[in-house]
Design a protein around this ligand. Structure first.
Ligand SMILES: Cc1cc2nc3c(=O)[nH]c(=O)nc-3n(C[C@H](O)[C@H](O)[C@H](O)COP(=O)(O)O)c2cc1C
Length: 197
């Protein structure tokens, strides 16, 4: 059975292009993979800022952690496990201030775990451990063109997912939402039809 993990990060629950686009991608994936399971998460509700305790626990090897340290990492463990167990990630990304939202960044901070989703290698580079999955990233912007000089969101997402071992990344653009909702919807439909003919 194919497991799909869909993570929303828009603060908007109504009129969000990234949510709408993510749901369209999920629907297309479910139509393609009969019996697929879908887990949907709200980044803002699930993740929290990293704390000093969290960092110390995260960099302590699993067999040396105290019960309290394990408790500190419980949410992170669960979120990282969901990523590791997923075959397909669908990230609904809103651009805020030329980058991803704080909610999405916080979710990423929680899933990037030494020894779990990445590990240092002897060459002092990193090996991503969340391999064998594909990711669809639906990115909504108001006026900033995706791929342009002011888009710091998509290069960052590609880099950080690659760092975790997720290199098969497809972007679905919902940019320029400020212009015309119907045009954005149409653009989403065209891209998703092309991805899932
Ligand atoms: C706090 C905030 C910051 C934003 N910053 C940008 C920005 O830097 N560039 C841009 O093109 N749009 C910006 N926007 C517009 C959003 O990217 C746009 O409304 C997008 O559709 C939001 O995603 P959503 O439709 O999924 O909610 C911003 C919106 C908010 C609320």
């Amino acid at each position: 059975m194919i497991r799909i993990l869909h993570v929303n990060s828009s603060a908007r629950t109504i009129g969000s292009a990234s949510r709408a686009g993510g749901e369209m991608v999920v629907a297309a994936l479910v139509a393609r993979h009969e019996g697929a399971s879908v887990t949907t998460r709200e980044a803002a509700a699930e993740a929290a800022f990293l704390t000093e305790d969290w960092i110390e626990a995260s960099f302590t090897s699993a067999d040396a952690r105290s019960g309290e340290q394990n408790d500190r990492l419980a949410v992170s463990d669960r979120l990282a496990k969901e990523v590791l167990e997923a075959d397909i990630l669908v990230l609904s990304v809103s651009m805020y201030n030329f980058n991803i939202s704080g909610a999405m960044k916080t979710w990423i901070d929680q899933i990037a775990r030494p020894g779990l989703t990445f590990r240092p290698d002897p060459e002092h580079t990193y090996v991503g451990l969340a391999t064998g999955k594909v990711a669809y990233l639906v990115v909504a912007t108001g006026e900033t063109p995706i791929g342009g000089d002011m888009d710091f969101a998509t290069p960052y997402l590609k880099h950080v997912l690659g760092f975790l071992g997720i290199t098969d990344v497809t972007f679905v653009s919902a940019d320029m939402t400020v212009t015309d909702n119907a045009a954005v919807q149409n653009k989403l439909e065209v891209q998703i039809r092309a991805l899932f003919p």
